[in-house]
Design a protein around this ligand. Sequence first.
Ligand code: SF4
Length: 341
Amino acid sequence: MTVEIGKFIWDITYACPLRCVHCYTESGRRPARTLDRDAAMRVIDVILAAQPEKVSISGGEPLSVRWAVEAMKRLHDAGVAVTVFTSGWSMPEKTATALADAVSSVAVSIDGANAAIHDAIRARAGAFERGMKALDVLHRVKDERRAAGQNCFTLGIDYTLTRSGAKEADLERFVEATIKRFPRLDFIRFGAVIPSGLAAEPEFEASELLSIQELIDLIDVGRRLAGREGNALNISVTDVRYFLPQPGVSAADLDILHIEPDGALRAFPIYEAKVGNVLHEPLDVLWPRVRAWRSDPFVAKQMETVQTMADWASTARTLDRRYGSHDDQERIARRGLPVPA
Ligand code: SF4
């Protein structure tokens, strides 16, 4: 038997030039754990054997990894829809051009409507400007490919909604400016910040985590922006209720798997629990462990308590502290302390 999985998320590195306040993976503040090329290709073999429809490549900053484009191209050439998520900190023309033959979609993460908001969330001056310049390069490559009759990725912005970045007037200005600067951009996806990693911590919850009702209200804002006359851009706001644990619905069979940079396999995306490593054991062995963890009475009880975003953050903290590895638990205990230079 070979288990089939619909979607993989692979964070290929924890290296990152940014230090976002909501980072799910604490990238840039921990060892990168990036695999060498040969081991990475073995992970690709594992993913391909599971015949997924989609793979999301993220990090850390995935485009900082030397073999990233080669790995994505292997998946793409095998017919898998590959999306790469990048901060756009660095986007040489050569990389943008190579992506055109390696992925189905490029999502540049912009989390604030202007440099002041975005750079504060990303904790690095210049992040907004560099993200916009990356979009310039990718947009130009897309135009050139289109003019030459060649296929290219869909291109858009993945905008994580925090309290600082979600004011309606700011979003309106941002959408207008984006349409003007990138007339052939395909999408802007506004997504709720999920309480995971640093975004599950009490300090973040108190200052930046939006409530479910605030997020539902933002769906209407998104509809209004999308419905403006002459707007061809696909604008969506994720309905966070879809991601909340649903009473009576088991997550055990949800066919999404999340791989960490070194091949460790999470029992469930966003939580630190690991069930093994795809480089050391076959998915046929790991998948039943994934299902067993998801069905564990303690885990199921934690999930059932979630009614609000604050509940969800609390559940994430509980699960991470109980099931994280020794390294995870040490890292979690250091949160909030100064990061060594
Ligand atoms: S760019 Fe992404 S990976 Fe890097 S610190 Fe920010 S959220 Fe984390």
